[in-house]
Design a protein around this ligand. Structure first.
Ligand code: TRP
Length: 337
């Protein structure tokens, strides 16, 4: 490893980021944040707001980004990310990231990016937005810079990000081979999660309007749960149902203890339990799950500006580390003048 880098163990460091898309829903919680909260107990953890990445799709209208950042960070804190334990910061606050991204863009073959499965897919999927731009093709290059500039080994992500992680490893390896051994190769730490589909069974997403948000009150959530479609074949109360095809049941796997869950499952199959009762149990589970999150949120909301203060504090630490990596990069490339 390069001399300039203070000795440290990359295997003890984790990093992840999230694009600021506004308030978080329970899909974000079970898909990512829960894992992050656990990780901060065990590893030196860096979590950042990927506001430059938000531009790949929202470049034409940036008016929402500021509020989205704040909403998201308030949710991070409410859900248990602790600035005493993790480094929380903004991507756009690390100017060295732009420098590293530029350098990586020089050594990344176009074919690697064009072949990336997320590239073609998303370009077709995000209707109404022109994603035919340079930044979108380079999304994984910026993501690589995000990761390797902290020299973290572990990157907690969902399975959809695996192609990006693979590219990150390839780019890091290429840098090390071309210049000097500077970067550890990052590895995905897959979120060991049960699935958390949206209220309608599709992926939970703000744009589908099928989410339960961490900030929502029980009064807001109750009608959503009551309106959920269960097993469509279970027309009458005394028809037996099948939890495997029910939209509600996956939530019990996340929120309901094993014993009660077994009762629900057999009660559904035998028609001893109806959907109304099953939904009541779920609502109680949601209430218990959300109570501590809402309590923290109330304390945070009483201190306006707190999210920005937390980010500014984390920024100092992140920037020190990133500046140090960039010194090593310039040295490795013999471009330290
Ligand atoms: N691409 C990630 C997503 O859409 C967000 C992200 C940006 C990220 N940079 C990262 C995740 C670095 C992990 C590490 O979810």
């Amino acid at each position: 490893m390069n001399q300039i880098i203070a000795p440290f163990n990359p295997d003890k460091r984790a990093l992840s980021g999230m694009r600021p898309t506004g308030p978080l829903h329970i899909g974000h919680y079970f898909g990512a944040i829960k894992n992050w909260v656990e990780m901060q107990e065990e590893l030196e953890s860096y979590f950042f707001v990927a506001d430059w990445h938000a531009l790949t799709s929202d470049y034409a209208d940036t008016s929402g980004i500021r509020a989205y950042i704040e909403d998201m960070v308030v949710d991070w804190l409410s859900a248990g990310l602790d600035p005493e334990k993790s480094v929380l910061y903004l991507q756009s606050g690390v100017k060295e990231l732009a420098e590293l991204h530029l350098i990586l863009s020089m050594i990344t073959p176009l074919g690697w990016l064009e072949r990336c499965p997320t590239y073609k897919e998303q370009q077709q999927n995000i209707a109404g937005k022109d994603l035919n731009n340079y930044g979108f093709l380079g999304y994984p290059v910026l993501m690589t810079a995000d990761i390797i500039i902290t020299r973290a080994r572990w990157v907690p992500v969902g399975g959809d990000q695996l192609p990006h992680l693979e590219l990150s490893r390839e780019i890091a390896r290429r840098f090390n081979a071309l210049y000097a051994d500077t970067f550890p190769e990052p590895e995905a730490r897959l979120t060991p999660t049960a699935k958390c589909p949206g209220l309608d069974g599709r992926k939970m997403s703000k744009s589908y309007g099928n989410g339960i948000f961490l900030h929502e009150s029980l009064e807001e959530i109750a009608p959503k749960v009551r309106g959920m479609l269960t097993d469509a074949a279970r027309l009458r109360r005394h028809d037996p149902g099948n939890p495997e095809v029910c939209n509600l049941y996956p939530y019990h796997e996340l929120l309901t203890g094993e014993a009660v869950r077994a009762e629900i499952s057999s009660g559904c199959r035998s028609a001893a339990m109806g959907c109304v009762e099953c939904k009541k149990i779920l609502l109680k589970g949601l209430a218990d799950f959300l109570a501590p999150i809402h309590e923290k949120r109330a304390a945070i909301s009483a201190r306006p500006g707190l999210a920005w203060e937390v980010l500014a504090e984390g920024q100092k630490k992140a920037n020190r580390e990133c500046a140090c990596t960039m010194e090593a990069v310039r040295e490795a490339m013999r471009m330290k003048y």
